[in-house]
Write a protein that binds this ligand. Structure first.
Ligand SMILES: [Zn+2]
Ligand SMILES: [Zn+2]
Length: 393
């Protein structure tokens, strides 16, 4: 963060300037940098800087604190909102061709507040509430990505009165108690100096306006509950627990105020076959003893279909084979992970008589000690071995 500029420097005035000179300097620069009329690329930043400098130097108490302690004296004492409170920007900028017209309260002062506090400055919630919506998808859907429509219950500005709460054709009046600021500020003298406290105006509830004729559709609240259909696009490769942020799709807070955001949280259901580790998938597949010993080509399931996999002769149980690129797509669009297939040798739980004889013969071939065979069994085994020999030749 760059260091904060000296307020006098910002306004281009000497430290001993009179209130009148400060005001004159501000008006001149504000006209040049007002974001509504300036072509300068950093006009808004400049205008903000100017206005803050003016807000401090035009207030004798704040100016004294600034002169004595610099920015530290201001930052420790005042919130951003406190800094600007009490400065009537609307009056100051009247006659510049922006703001102040119409008397509807949408003057220069308010738009300055809008700019500095994202629509706040009236003691109300400056922004609508953020919302969370949970979506559960399958691993296959996470693999391909998904476009869908969700129905989100949320608070919207009333479409009849556009959030003002006043019946169309009527206007809310400015609250006389707080003069439209929505805040009641009290200054108290304490042993530590003057303490300024502010609270929401009780008469208008912090809105700054009194609704004389309430809108019939929202009973004057300006807000309505709606189930809003929203299209979402879940990218391929999304992981369990990740979220989409949909800006401005949360609750509405009022006219001219920013909506909250909508967070769509993606839950990916566990898969009965595949286990996921980031962009890789793990699969366990049974193979027979003979497949493992002799080698084979297997067809294994992948997330999107099937793939062929070579199992070399002499494969041990627990061996993991990697199928490149058959895992989950990577979120950043950089290819896909791998599918790791672990083979497990399955012992047949039952055998036919013939299978049993064959395995007995094999056991003898391996030099394993077997129970004594009858002549009849021996000749049967010899016969089967001959059969097998001729079959593989
Ligand atoms: Zn309404
Ligand atoms: Zn009020």
């Amino acid at each position: 963060m760059p260091e904060k500029k000296d307020y006098y420097e910002v306004l281009g005035v000497p430290k001993d300037s009179s209130e009148k000179d400060i005001k004159g300097a501000y008006r001149k620069l504000a006209m040049k940098y007002h974001p509504d009329r300036s072509e300068e690329p950093d006009a808004e930043e400049k205008f903000k800087e100017l206005s803050e400098a003016y807000a401090v130097l035009s207030d004798p108490e704040k100016r004294q604190k600034y002169d004595q302690f610099g920015h530290a004296g201001i930052n420790s004492q005042y919130s951003q909102e406190d800094l600007f409170r009490g400065v009537n920007f609307e009056d100051l900028l009247r006659g510049f061709g922006f703001g102040g017209a119409g008397g509807g309260g949408r003057g220069g002062g308010e738009s300055i507040f809008d700019m500095f506090f994202g629509g706040g400055g009236r003691g109300q919630q400056a922004r609508g509430r953020d919302l969370r919506y949970d979506v559960t998808i399958t691993l296959e859907q996470a693999g391909t990505g998904l476009e869908s429509t969700i129905e989100v219950p949320r608070t919207e500005n009333c479409s009849t009165c556009h959030g003002s709460g006043a019946k169309p054709g009527t206007n809310p009046t400015t609250c006389s108690n707080c003069r439209g600021s929505g805040q009641i500020t009290r200054a108290q003298n304490t042993p530590f100096g003057q303490m300024v406290t502010s609270s929401a105006c009780p008469k208008c509830g912090g809105r700054g306006q009194i609704i004389v004729t309430p809108c019939g559709d929202c009973s004057g609240s300006g807000r309505m509950r709606k189930n809003r259909k929203i299209n979402i696009k879940i990218p391929p490769g999304v992981e369990d627990g990740q979220h989409l942020k949909l800006r401005g799709q949360g609750d509405a807070a009022g006219p001219g105020m920013e909506n909250g955001d909508l967070y769509v949280v993606i839950n990916v259901r566990p898969h009965p076959m595949f286990q996921r580790v980031e962009s890789d998938l793990l699969l366990e597949t049974p193979i027979s003893f003979t497949q493992a010993a002799l080698g084979t080509e297997l067809e294994v399931p992948t997330l999107g279909g099937r793939a062929k996999m070579k199992v070399p002769a002499g494969t041990q149980t627990g061996t993991v084979f990697r199928l490149r690129g058959k895992g989950m797509p990577r979120l950043q669009g950089l290819g896909a992970g791998d599918l790791h297939v672990k083979v497990r040798i399955k012992t047949p739980p039952t055998l036919t008589e013939r299978q049993k004889q064959l395995l007995e013969a094999l056991a003898v071939e391996f030099g394993e000690k077997r129970k004594k065979q009858t002549e009849k069994e021996k000749s049967l085994i010899d016969k089967i071995v001959d059969e097998v020999k001729s079959a593989v030749q």
